[in-house]
Design a binder for this molecule. Structure first.
Ligand code: PLP
Length: 449
Protein backbone atom coordinates (compact mmCIF):
# COMPACT_ATOMS: atom_id res chain seq x y z
CA UNK A 1 0.00 0.00 0.00
CA UNK A 2 1.34 3.37 -1.01
CA UNK A 3 0.36 6.71 0.49
CA UNK A 4 -0.92 9.56 -1.71
CA UNK A 5 2.38 11.43 -1.20
CA UNK A 6 4.40 8.39 -2.23
CA UNK A 7 2.31 7.98 -5.39
CA UNK A 8 2.67 11.65 -6.27
CA UNK A 9 6.42 11.46 -5.71
CA UNK A 10 6.70 8.35 -7.92
CA UNK A 11 4.81 10.11 -10.71
CA UNK A 12 7.01 13.18 -10.39
CA UNK A 13 10.15 11.02 -10.42
CA UNK A 14 8.87 9.16 -13.46
CA UNK A 15 8.47 12.47 -15.33
CA UNK A 16 11.94 13.55 -14.21
CA UNK A 17 13.96 10.39 -14.80
CA UNK A 18 12.23 7.76 -16.89
CA UNK A 19 12.07 7.40 -20.68
CA UNK A 20 9.22 5.02 -21.54
CA UNK A 21 9.15 2.89 -24.68
CA UNK A 22 6.36 3.74 -27.18
CA UNK A 23 4.32 5.75 -24.68
CA UNK A 24 2.68 9.05 -25.58
CA UNK A 25 4.22 11.68 -23.29
CA UNK A 26 1.23 14.07 -23.78
CA UNK A 27 -1.12 11.23 -22.78
CA UNK A 28 0.87 10.49 -19.66
CA UNK A 29 0.84 14.21 -18.83
CA UNK A 30 -2.93 14.33 -19.36
CA UNK A 31 -3.38 11.36 -16.99
CA UNK A 32 -1.31 13.19 -14.35
CA UNK A 33 1.49 10.62 -14.58
CA UNK A 34 2.02 7.05 -15.67
CA UNK A 35 -0.24 4.22 -14.56
CA UNK A 36 1.78 2.41 -11.93
CA UNK A 37 1.13 -1.28 -11.34
CA UNK A 38 2.74 -2.82 -8.28
CA UNK A 39 1.42 -6.37 -7.94
CA UNK A 40 -0.82 -9.01 -9.43
CA UNK A 41 -2.35 -12.43 -9.21
CA UNK A 42 -3.63 -14.71 -11.94
CA UNK A 43 -5.11 -12.63 -14.77
CA UNK A 44 -5.30 -9.48 -12.63
CA UNK A 45 -2.91 -6.74 -11.64
CA UNK A 46 -3.19 -4.02 -9.01
CA UNK A 47 -2.23 -0.35 -9.24
CA UNK A 48 -0.39 1.53 -6.50
CA UNK A 49 -3.75 3.18 -5.73
CA UNK A 50 -5.05 -0.30 -4.82
CA UNK A 51 -7.46 -0.81 -7.75
CA UNK A 52 -7.46 -4.17 -9.58
CA UNK A 53 -7.64 -4.65 -13.34
CA UNK A 54 -8.05 -7.61 -15.66
CA UNK A 55 -5.00 -7.46 -17.89
CA UNK A 56 -6.54 -8.02 -21.32
CA UNK A 57 -3.11 -8.11 -22.94
CA UNK A 58 -1.33 -10.51 -20.54
CA UNK A 59 1.44 -7.93 -20.24
CA UNK A 60 2.63 -7.67 -23.81
CA UNK A 61 1.02 -10.92 -25.09
CA UNK A 62 3.32 -12.94 -22.86
CA UNK A 63 1.97 -13.86 -19.46
CA UNK A 64 0.59 -17.26 -20.40
CA UNK A 65 0.49 -18.84 -16.93
CA UNK A 66 -0.64 -15.76 -14.97
CA UNK A 67 1.03 -13.73 -12.22
CA UNK A 68 2.34 -15.12 -8.94
CA UNK A 69 3.30 -18.67 -9.96
CA UNK A 70 5.41 -19.91 -7.06
CA UNK A 71 6.84 -22.85 -9.07
CA UNK A 72 8.61 -20.42 -11.42
CA UNK A 73 9.76 -18.15 -8.62
CA UNK A 74 11.25 -21.11 -6.73
CA UNK A 75 12.94 -22.63 -9.77
CA UNK A 76 14.50 -19.28 -10.72
CA UNK A 77 15.54 -18.48 -7.17
CA UNK A 78 17.14 -21.91 -6.66
CA UNK A 79 19.10 -21.53 -9.88
CA UNK A 80 20.18 -18.02 -8.88
CA UNK A 81 21.70 -19.41 -5.69
CA UNK A 82 23.39 -22.31 -7.46
CA UNK A 83 24.78 -20.58 -10.55
CA UNK A 84 23.19 -17.27 -11.49
CA UNK A 85 25.23 -16.91 -14.68
CA UNK A 86 27.55 -18.71 -16.92
CA UNK A 87 28.35 -18.10 -20.54
CA UNK A 88 27.57 -20.27 -23.53
CA UNK A 89 30.38 -18.56 -25.49
CA UNK A 90 33.87 -19.96 -26.01
CA UNK A 91 32.81 -23.58 -25.76
CA UNK A 92 31.22 -23.31 -22.30
CA UNK A 93 27.65 -23.83 -21.24
CA UNK A 94 25.64 -25.22 -18.31
CA UNK A 95 23.21 -28.14 -17.83
CA UNK A 96 19.96 -26.17 -18.08
CA UNK A 97 20.84 -24.56 -21.43
CA UNK A 98 21.40 -28.06 -22.83
CA UNK A 99 18.13 -29.30 -21.33
CA UNK A 100 16.11 -26.36 -22.70
CA UNK A 101 17.74 -26.60 -26.14
CA UNK A 102 16.82 -30.30 -26.31
CA UNK A 103 13.25 -29.63 -25.14
CA UNK A 104 12.67 -26.83 -27.66
CA UNK A 105 14.36 -28.71 -30.52
CA UNK A 106 11.97 -31.61 -29.96
CA UNK A 107 8.93 -29.31 -29.70
CA UNK A 108 9.31 -27.03 -32.72
CA UNK A 109 8.01 -27.95 -36.19
CA UNK A 110 11.46 -27.30 -37.65
CA UNK A 111 13.38 -30.16 -39.32
CA UNK A 112 16.41 -31.35 -37.34
CA UNK A 113 16.15 -28.23 -35.22
CA UNK A 114 18.98 -26.52 -33.34
CA UNK A 115 18.35 -23.82 -30.80
CA UNK A 116 20.19 -20.54 -30.43
CA UNK A 117 19.31 -18.50 -27.32
CA UNK A 118 18.72 -14.74 -27.10
CA UNK A 119 17.35 -12.37 -24.47
CA UNK A 120 14.12 -11.44 -26.29
CA UNK A 121 12.15 -11.09 -29.49
CA UNK A 122 14.14 -8.31 -31.18
CA UNK A 123 17.38 -10.21 -30.70
CA UNK A 124 15.68 -13.36 -32.01
CA UNK A 125 14.67 -11.46 -35.14
CA UNK A 126 18.09 -9.97 -35.79
CA UNK A 127 19.68 -13.37 -35.20
CA UNK A 128 17.29 -15.07 -37.63
CA UNK A 129 17.97 -12.53 -40.39
CA UNK A 130 21.72 -12.90 -39.85
CA UNK A 131 21.36 -16.70 -39.98
CA UNK A 132 19.41 -16.47 -43.25
CA UNK A 133 22.12 -14.32 -44.84
CA UNK A 134 24.90 -16.45 -43.38
CA UNK A 135 23.34 -19.63 -44.79
CA UNK A 136 23.44 -18.34 -48.36
CA UNK A 137 26.91 -16.86 -47.85
CA UNK A 138 28.27 -20.15 -46.60
CA UNK A 139 26.63 -22.10 -49.42
CA UNK A 140 28.20 -19.91 -52.12
CA UNK A 141 25.30 -17.55 -52.90
CA UNK A 142 26.20 -14.30 -51.08
CA UNK A 143 23.98 -12.23 -53.40
CA UNK A 144 20.93 -14.05 -52.00
CA UNK A 145 20.56 -11.68 -49.04
CA UNK A 146 17.27 -9.76 -49.34
CA UNK A 147 14.49 -10.32 -46.79
CA UNK A 148 10.81 -9.92 -47.60
CA UNK A 149 8.47 -8.96 -44.75
CA UNK A 150 4.90 -7.69 -44.73
CA UNK A 151 2.86 -4.57 -44.05
CA UNK A 152 1.53 -4.35 -40.47
CA UNK A 153 4.44 -6.50 -39.29
CA UNK A 154 5.98 -5.96 -35.88
CA UNK A 155 9.29 -7.71 -35.40
CA UNK A 156 10.87 -5.60 -32.66
CA UNK A 157 13.23 -2.65 -32.41
CA UNK A 158 16.83 -3.84 -32.86
CA UNK A 159 17.99 -2.40 -36.21
CA UNK A 160 17.31 -5.51 -38.27
CA UNK A 161 13.99 -6.03 -36.47
CA UNK A 162 13.09 -2.34 -36.96
CA UNK A 163 13.83 -2.68 -40.67
CA UNK A 164 11.63 -5.78 -40.84
CA UNK A 165 8.80 -4.03 -39.00
CA UNK A 166 6.23 -2.06 -40.97
CA UNK A 167 4.01 -0.08 -38.61
CA UNK A 168 3.63 3.71 -38.50
CA UNK A 169 6.20 5.55 -36.45
CA UNK A 170 8.88 2.90 -36.01
CA UNK A 171 11.11 4.23 -38.80
CA UNK A 172 10.62 7.98 -38.25
CA UNK A 173 13.85 9.62 -37.26
CA UNK A 174 15.82 6.35 -37.23
CA UNK A 175 16.95 6.12 -40.84
CA UNK A 176 19.03 4.83 -42.46
CA UNK A 177 17.57 1.42 -41.76
CA UNK A 178 19.37 -1.85 -42.49
CA UNK A 179 19.38 -2.30 -46.27
CA UNK A 180 17.80 -5.29 -47.92
CA UNK A 181 14.37 -5.43 -46.23
CA UNK A 182 11.23 -5.29 -48.40
CA UNK A 183 7.52 -5.39 -47.61
CA UNK A 184 4.55 -6.95 -49.33
CA UNK A 185 0.85 -6.76 -48.38
CA UNK A 186 -0.39 -8.95 -45.51
CA UNK A 187 -3.56 -11.06 -45.76
CA UNK A 188 -6.65 -9.80 -43.96
CA UNK A 189 -9.91 -11.08 -45.43
CA UNK A 190 -12.14 -8.53 -43.64
CA UNK A 191 -10.26 -5.66 -45.29
CA UNK A 192 -8.93 -7.64 -48.29
CA UNK A 193 -6.36 -5.51 -50.14
CA UNK A 194 -7.34 -7.28 -53.38
CA UNK A 195 -11.11 -6.68 -52.93
CA UNK A 196 -11.88 -10.42 -52.78
CA UNK A 197 -14.28 -12.41 -50.59
CA UNK A 198 -12.84 -15.20 -48.42
CA UNK A 199 -13.58 -18.58 -49.99
CA UNK A 200 -13.93 -17.23 -53.52
CA UNK A 201 -10.41 -15.96 -54.06
CA UNK A 202 -7.24 -17.57 -55.38
CA UNK A 203 -5.07 -16.44 -52.49
CA UNK A 204 -3.93 -13.21 -54.09
CA UNK A 205 -2.30 -12.51 -50.71
CA UNK A 206 0.02 -15.51 -51.17
CA UNK A 207 0.60 -14.65 -54.82
CA UNK A 208 1.78 -11.21 -53.64
CA UNK A 209 4.70 -12.97 -51.94
CA UNK A 210 5.67 -14.64 -55.22
CA UNK A 211 5.31 -11.34 -57.09
CA UNK A 212 7.65 -9.65 -54.60
CA UNK A 213 10.22 -12.44 -54.98
CA UNK A 214 10.08 -12.07 -58.78
CA UNK A 215 10.25 -8.27 -58.55
CA UNK A 216 13.47 -8.43 -56.48
CA UNK A 217 14.81 -11.46 -58.34
CA UNK A 218 14.70 -14.95 -56.74
CA UNK A 219 18.48 -15.18 -56.93
CA UNK A 220 18.63 -12.24 -54.48
CA UNK A 221 15.98 -13.27 -51.94
CA UNK A 222 17.15 -15.09 -48.80
CA UNK A 223 13.98 -15.21 -46.73
CA UNK A 224 10.34 -14.38 -46.24
CA UNK A 225 9.54 -13.39 -42.66
CA UNK A 226 6.07 -13.29 -41.14
CA UNK A 227 4.24 -13.52 -37.85
CA UNK A 228 1.97 -16.59 -38.25
CA UNK A 229 -0.77 -14.43 -36.73
CA UNK A 230 -0.04 -10.70 -36.89
CA UNK A 231 0.05 -9.39 -33.32
CA UNK A 232 0.73 -5.70 -32.75
CA UNK A 233 -0.49 -4.91 -36.29
CA UNK A 234 -4.01 -5.94 -35.24
CA UNK A 235 -4.29 -9.64 -34.22
CA UNK A 236 -4.91 -10.69 -37.80
CA UNK A 237 -5.34 -14.36 -38.72
CA UNK A 238 -4.53 -15.38 -42.31
CA UNK A 239 -6.95 -17.47 -44.39
CA UNK A 240 -6.33 -21.21 -44.15
CA UNK A 241 -4.60 -21.70 -47.50
CA UNK A 242 -2.14 -18.84 -47.08
CA UNK A 243 0.81 -20.49 -45.34
CA UNK A 244 0.71 -23.77 -47.30
CA UNK A 245 0.86 -21.67 -50.51
CA UNK A 246 3.61 -19.47 -49.12
CA UNK A 247 5.62 -22.58 -48.17
CA UNK A 248 5.29 -23.87 -51.76
CA UNK A 249 6.40 -20.50 -53.13
CA UNK A 250 9.40 -20.39 -50.78
CA UNK A 251 10.36 -23.93 -51.86
CA UNK A 252 10.04 -23.00 -55.54
CA UNK A 253 12.52 -20.11 -55.25
CA UNK A 254 14.76 -21.53 -52.50
CA UNK A 255 13.68 -18.82 -50.10
CA UNK A 256 13.80 -19.53 -46.35
CA UNK A 257 10.46 -19.34 -44.55
CA UNK A 258 11.03 -17.41 -41.35
CA UNK A 259 8.24 -17.58 -38.75
CA UNK A 260 8.24 -14.92 -36.05
CA UNK A 261 6.54 -16.88 -33.26
CA UNK A 262 7.46 -14.37 -30.56
CA UNK A 263 3.77 -13.91 -29.65
CA UNK A 264 2.28 -17.12 -31.10
CA UNK A 265 4.87 -19.57 -29.76
CA UNK A 266 4.32 -21.78 -26.71
CA UNK A 267 0.57 -22.08 -26.80
CA UNK A 268 -1.14 -18.76 -27.36
CA UNK A 269 -2.85 -19.78 -30.62
CA UNK A 270 -4.17 -23.09 -29.25
CA UNK A 271 -1.24 -25.05 -30.72
CA UNK A 272 2.31 -25.11 -29.40
CA UNK A 273 3.34 -22.88 -32.33
CA UNK A 274 1.18 -20.63 -34.49
CA UNK A 275 2.33 -22.01 -37.83
CA UNK A 276 1.21 -25.51 -36.74
CA UNK A 277 -2.38 -24.34 -37.24
CA UNK A 278 -1.68 -24.65 -40.96
CA UNK A 279 0.59 -27.70 -40.90
CA UNK A 280 3.58 -25.78 -42.24
CA UNK A 281 7.24 -26.18 -41.27
CA UNK A 282 9.42 -23.05 -41.31
CA UNK A 283 13.20 -22.97 -41.76
CA UNK A 284 13.77 -20.45 -38.99
CA UNK A 285 11.56 -19.65 -36.04
CA UNK A 286 11.87 -16.74 -33.63
CA UNK A 287 10.71 -17.26 -30.06
CA UNK A 288 10.45 -15.19 -26.84
CA UNK A 289 7.64 -13.95 -24.55
CA UNK A 290 5.68 -17.17 -23.73
CA UNK A 291 8.93 -19.10 -23.13
CA UNK A 292 8.99 -17.83 -19.56
CA UNK A 293 5.59 -16.06 -19.48
CA UNK A 294 7.68 -12.94 -18.90
CA UNK A 295 8.95 -14.02 -15.46
CA UNK A 296 12.40 -13.23 -16.80
CA UNK A 297 13.51 -12.21 -20.30
CA UNK A 298 14.43 -14.98 -22.71
CA UNK A 299 14.31 -15.58 -26.45
CA UNK A 300 15.45 -18.19 -28.91
CA UNK A 301 15.79 -19.01 -32.58
CA UNK A 302 15.13 -22.48 -33.96
CA UNK A 303 16.99 -23.25 -37.19
CA UNK A 304 16.80 -26.26 -39.45
CA UNK A 305 19.62 -28.76 -39.74
CA UNK A 306 19.98 -27.52 -43.33
CA UNK A 307 21.04 -24.09 -42.02
CA UNK A 308 23.20 -25.54 -39.26
CA UNK A 309 25.24 -27.88 -41.49
CA UNK A 310 27.21 -25.18 -43.36
CA UNK A 311 27.84 -23.36 -40.06
CA UNK A 312 29.26 -26.58 -38.63
CA UNK A 313 31.46 -26.94 -41.68
CA UNK A 314 32.52 -23.29 -41.37
CA UNK A 315 33.39 -23.96 -37.74
CA UNK A 316 31.98 -20.96 -35.84
CA UNK A 317 28.89 -18.74 -35.56
CA UNK A 318 30.31 -15.25 -34.89
CA UNK A 319 27.21 -13.90 -33.18
CA UNK A 320 25.87 -14.09 -29.64
CA UNK A 321 24.52 -12.15 -26.68
CA UNK A 322 26.01 -12.06 -23.18
CA UNK A 323 22.77 -13.48 -21.76
CA UNK A 324 22.46 -16.26 -24.35
CA UNK A 325 20.99 -19.27 -22.50
CA UNK A 326 20.94 -17.47 -19.15
CA UNK A 327 20.72 -20.16 -16.41
CA UNK A 328 17.99 -18.39 -14.42
CA UNK A 329 15.92 -17.84 -17.57
CA UNK A 330 16.36 -21.50 -18.49
CA UNK A 331 15.13 -22.55 -15.03
CA UNK A 332 12.12 -20.23 -15.36
CA UNK A 333 11.39 -21.54 -18.87
CA UNK A 334 11.35 -25.17 -17.71
CA UNK A 335 9.09 -24.38 -14.74
CA UNK A 336 6.80 -22.26 -16.93
CA UNK A 337 6.44 -24.92 -19.62
CA UNK A 338 5.77 -27.56 -16.97
CA UNK A 339 2.77 -25.48 -15.81
CA UNK A 340 1.59 -25.06 -19.42
CA UNK A 341 1.70 -28.84 -19.88
CA UNK A 342 0.23 -29.82 -16.49
CA UNK A 343 -2.66 -27.36 -16.72
CA UNK A 344 -3.36 -28.08 -20.37
CA UNK A 345 -3.07 -24.39 -21.18
CA UNK A 346 -2.59 -24.82 -24.93
CA UNK A 347 -5.99 -26.49 -25.11
CA UNK A 348 -7.39 -23.89 -22.73
CA UNK A 349 -6.19 -21.14 -25.08
CA UNK A 350 -8.12 -22.78 -27.91
CA UNK A 351 -11.33 -23.36 -25.95
CA UNK A 352 -11.45 -20.15 -23.92
CA UNK A 353 -10.37 -18.06 -26.90
CA UNK A 354 -13.39 -19.30 -28.84
CA UNK A 355 -15.68 -18.57 -25.86
CA UNK A 356 -14.24 -15.08 -25.55
CA UNK A 357 -14.82 -14.33 -29.25
CA UNK A 358 -18.37 -15.69 -29.14
CA UNK A 359 -19.23 -13.54 -26.13
CA UNK A 360 -17.81 -10.39 -27.72
CA UNK A 361 -19.66 -11.16 -30.98
CA UNK A 362 -22.89 -11.52 -29.02
CA UNK A 363 -22.60 -7.92 -27.76
CA UNK A 364 -24.13 -6.66 -30.98
CA UNK A 365 -22.78 -3.14 -30.64
CA UNK A 366 -22.99 -1.26 -33.96
CA UNK A 367 -19.34 -0.22 -33.87
CA UNK A 368 -17.99 -3.78 -33.53
CA UNK A 369 -17.05 -4.84 -37.06
CA UNK A 370 -14.94 -7.95 -36.90
CA UNK A 371 -14.15 -10.08 -33.83
CA UNK A 372 -11.19 -12.09 -35.02
CA UNK A 373 -8.58 -14.34 -33.57
CA UNK A 374 -7.34 -17.82 -32.93
CA UNK A 375 -6.77 -19.22 -29.45
CA UNK A 376 -5.94 -16.40 -27.09
CA UNK A 377 -4.74 -13.89 -29.66
CA UNK A 378 -7.76 -11.78 -30.54
CA UNK A 379 -8.67 -8.43 -32.00
CA UNK A 380 -11.93 -6.50 -31.85
CA UNK A 381 -12.18 -4.30 -34.93
CA UNK A 382 -14.08 -1.13 -34.20
CA UNK A 383 -15.64 0.52 -37.26
CA UNK A 384 -17.64 3.65 -37.97
CA UNK A 385 -20.07 1.74 -40.18
CA UNK A 386 -20.56 -1.99 -39.81
CA UNK A 387 -22.32 -2.40 -43.17
CA UNK A 388 -19.66 -0.69 -45.26
CA UNK A 389 -16.74 -1.58 -42.92
CA UNK A 390 -15.77 2.08 -43.01
CA UNK A 391 -13.04 2.84 -40.46
CA UNK A 392 -13.06 5.75 -38.04
CA UNK A 393 -10.84 8.66 -39.07
CA UNK A 394 -7.52 8.33 -37.22
CA UNK A 395 -8.18 11.69 -35.52
CA UNK A 396 -11.21 10.18 -33.72
CA UNK A 397 -8.99 7.79 -31.75
CA UNK A 398 -12.01 5.62 -30.93
CA UNK A 399 -10.14 2.53 -29.73
CA UNK A 400 -7.91 4.75 -27.65
CA UNK A 401 -10.98 6.29 -26.01
CA UNK A 402 -12.38 2.81 -25.28
CA UNK A 403 -9.06 1.83 -23.72
CA UNK A 404 -9.04 4.95 -21.59
CA UNK A 405 -12.55 4.14 -20.33
CA UNK A 406 -11.50 0.50 -19.90
CA UNK A 407 -8.93 1.69 -17.38
CA UNK A 408 -11.67 3.55 -15.47
CA UNK A 409 -13.76 0.35 -15.53
CA UNK A 410 -11.05 -2.06 -14.37
CA UNK A 411 -9.54 -3.31 -17.64
CA UNK A 412 -6.07 -2.93 -19.07
CA UNK A 413 -6.93 -2.62 -22.74
CA UNK A 414 -4.59 -1.83 -25.59
CA UNK A 415 -5.66 -0.06 -28.76
CA UNK A 416 -3.93 -1.51 -31.80
CA UNK A 417 -3.50 0.21 -35.15
CA UNK A 418 -6.68 1.09 -37.13
CA UNK A 419 -8.99 1.03 -34.10
CA UNK A 420 -8.68 -2.60 -33.13
CA UNK A 421 -8.57 -3.65 -29.48
CA UNK A 422 -6.24 -6.37 -28.28
CA UNK A 423 -7.84 -9.18 -26.27
CA UNK A 424 -5.13 -11.64 -25.35
CA UNK A 425 -5.36 -12.40 -21.63
CA UNK A 426 -3.44 -15.14 -19.83
CA UNK A 427 -4.21 -18.67 -20.97
CA UNK A 428 -5.46 -19.55 -17.46
CA UNK A 429 -8.47 -17.23 -17.74
CA UNK A 430 -11.73 -18.75 -16.44
CA UNK A 431 -15.16 -18.37 -17.97
CA UNK A 432 -16.28 -16.18 -15.05
CA UNK A 433 -13.33 -13.89 -15.67
CA UNK A 434 -14.19 -13.81 -19.39
CA UNK A 435 -17.74 -12.74 -18.47
CA UNK A 436 -16.40 -9.94 -16.29
CA UNK A 437 -13.98 -8.84 -19.03
CA UNK A 438 -16.72 -8.78 -21.68
CA UNK A 439 -19.17 -6.92 -19.44
CA UNK A 440 -16.57 -4.24 -18.68
CA UNK A 441 -15.62 -4.06 -22.35
CA UNK A 442 -19.27 -3.51 -23.30
CA UNK A 443 -19.60 -0.71 -20.74
CA UNK A 444 -16.41 0.94 -22.00
CA UNK A 445 -17.46 0.79 -25.66
CA UNK A 446 -20.95 2.14 -24.88
CA UNK A 447 -19.45 5.01 -22.89
CA UNK A 448 -17.03 5.82 -25.73
CA UNK A 449 -19.68 5.70 -28.49
N1 PLP B 1 8.34 -10.13 -32.79
C1 PLP B 1 7.04 -10.03 -32.46
C2 PLP B 1 6.03 -10.75 -33.28
C3 PLP B 1 6.64 -9.26 -31.37
O1 PLP B 1 5.35 -9.13 -31.06
C4 PLP B 1 7.64 -8.61 -30.59
C5 PLP B 1 7.26 -7.80 -29.42
O2 PLP B 1 6.12 -7.50 -29.19
C6 PLP B 1 8.97 -8.73 -30.99
C7 PLP B 1 9.29 -9.51 -32.08
C8 PLP B 1 10.04 -8.03 -30.23
O3 PLP B 1 10.25 -8.63 -29.02
P1 PLP B 1 11.03 -7.88 -27.82
O4 PLP B 1 10.18 -6.71 -27.44
O5 PLP B 1 11.14 -8.95 -26.77
O6 PLP B 1 12.35 -7.48 -28.34
Amino acid sequence: IYSEEQILQMKEDDFSYHLHPTSSIPDMEAWGGPRIISEGEGVRVKSVEGKTYIDCGAGLWLNNVGTGRKEIVEAASKQMEKLHYFQSFNGYTHPLAIEVAKKFAKMVPVENARIFFTSGGSESNDSAYKLARLYFNLTGRPEKNQIICRTKAYHGVAYGATSATSLPGFWDGFRPLVPGFHHTDHPHCYFCAWGKEEGSCDYECAKAVEEKILEIGPEKVAGFSAEPVIGTGGAIVPPNGYYPRVREICNKYDVLLIADEVICGFGRTGKNFGIENWGVKPDLMMLAKGITSGYIPMGAVALTGKIYEPIKKHGIFMHGYTYTGHPVACAAALANLEIVEKENLVENARIKGEILRQKVRALDLPCIGEVRGIGMINGVQLVKNRETREKFAPSVGFAKRVSFLGWENGLILRPLIDDALQLSPSLIISETEIDELVEKLETSIKQAW
